[in-house]
Design a protein around this ligand. Structure first.
Ligand SMILES: [Zn+2]
Length: 156
């Protein structure tokens, strides 16, 4: 699977987010986020890996395709941010950033914002990805407790 649509901002348009949505290794990932699909690269031998790179971290064969994950995972570890130098996030402190083990992609852990009261976070918490519009056409994946996401989706 590959996606060709790009909403990446032009050079010099993004604030200092600590990542560059124009990085070529991440193109399909960010395009998938725009479509609310969490994609990971897979090599010719079928290993999923993270972060994206031209070659597999297990066998060093080239990235062959991108696959959509279930968007479910469990909280492996986390930290709570109480102060930030990014004005875009200043009004949101305190917030949690966690390492999330993907449920259906063995061994892949992603780092992302966990939208939950930091006091309720526990190791193994069942999470689901949701997507939030950031700026400049970038849609950011976030993680929420899976039960709260299910409740939001069934509301009339
Ligand atoms: Zn491989």
């Amino acid at each position: 699977m590959s996606t060709t649509r790009s909403t990446a901002p032009a050079f010099g348009e993004t604030p200092d987010w600590g990542f560059d949505p124009r990085h070529p290794d991440f193109g399909p990932y960010w395009a998938g986020c725009v479509e609310e699909r969490l994609l990971v690269p897979v090599c010719e031998d079928g290993h999923g890996f993270w972060p994206p790179r031209p070659h597999c971290s297990h066998c060093f064969r080239p990235t062959a395709r991108w696959v959509e994950t279930s968007g479910h995972g469990s909280l492996y570890s986390w930290t709570v941010i109480h102060r930030t130098r990014s004005p875009e996030f200043a009004a949101q402190v305190p917030y949690a950033v966690g390492m999330v083990t993907l449920a259906d992609m063995s061994g892949i852990r992603m780092v992302g914002r966990v939208e939950a009261d930091p006091a309720v976070l526990i190791e193994g918490l069942d999470l689901a990805v949701v997507f939030s519009d950031l700026q400049h056409g970038v849609r950011l994946p976030l993680w929420r407790p899976r039960l709260s996401v299910a409740a939001e989706r069934t509301r009339p």
